[in-house]
Design a protein around this ligand. Sequence first.
Ligand SMILES: Nc1ncnc2c1ncn2[C@@H]1O[C@H](COP(=O)(O)OP(=O)(O)OP(=O)(O)O)[C@@H](O)[C@H]1O
Ligand SMILES: [Mg+2]
Length: 247
Amino acid sequence: MLQIENIHATVADKPILNGVSLAVPAGEVHAIMGPNGSGKSTLAYVLAGRPGYAVSEGGVTFLGRDLLAMEPHERAAAGLFLGFQYPVEVPGVSMLQFVRESLNTQRRARGEPELSGAEFIKLARSQAEALGMDAEMLKRPVNVGFSGGEKKRAEMVQMGIINPKFAVLDETDSGLDIDALKSVGAGINRIMRAPDKGVLLITHYQRLLDYVEPDRVHVLQAGRIVRSGGPELAHSLEREGYAEAAA
Ligand SMILES: Nc1ncnc2c1ncn2[C@@H]1O[C@H](COP(=O)(O)OP(=O)(O)OP(=O)(O)O)[C@@H](O)[C@H]1O
Ligand SMILES: [Mg+2]
């Protein structure tokens, strides 16, 4: 459902991605691992369409459409969701307002009816509950004063409400305590494990993959996929490090 072909991308005129190719078929979860600075977040931003990330070569097809030709909001309406490594704070806008606006904008773009206030609150509460987040937090400004782990959990609540077709999750496990890791892992499975959905899971550790078992694992190094394999690749990386992986 997502085909990345030979992507070369620069940030501030610096080449970061040097020919990344990767395909995630519907129904699969793929993990991307790799050293700090290898370009994992850059790839996530290129997929989401963040300004400042210039693609000089290659292309991306998402559900049969040319993803790179689409505006960021069109990508979201088409069903692409990005979970940020560093979730942004939005002072003055409550999480409820923010997610409701995002969801209804996407629904309008797809020609679907908007959710009423009551329907939306019900949905938001059930998703917060499913992820073990106090529903009162939904009334607070987006991520403002949230702890690191609360921000990550809040992003999964947003994902549950938005119910995307494809999620790119950038180090969603970082900063989570042991219980939160378990509930976020279960949340990813509950929301995204379906025959018509897909996930690209960027992570440094096996711990999240214990809960969300990947179908494939890719190693990104210096802006290239240097190795791909099954779930056992993550285990061997944890034992042996990246020097072995590239060999
Ligand atoms: N605005 C920028 N200007 C210059 N270099 C940048 C800019 N943004 C990113 N980079 C560089 O691009 C490289 C890749 O960064 P990226 O955030 O994609 O790495 P990453 O694989 O996600 O690392 P981590 O595991 O630490 O999250 C890094 O060397 C980074 O310094
Ligand atoms: Mg990163």
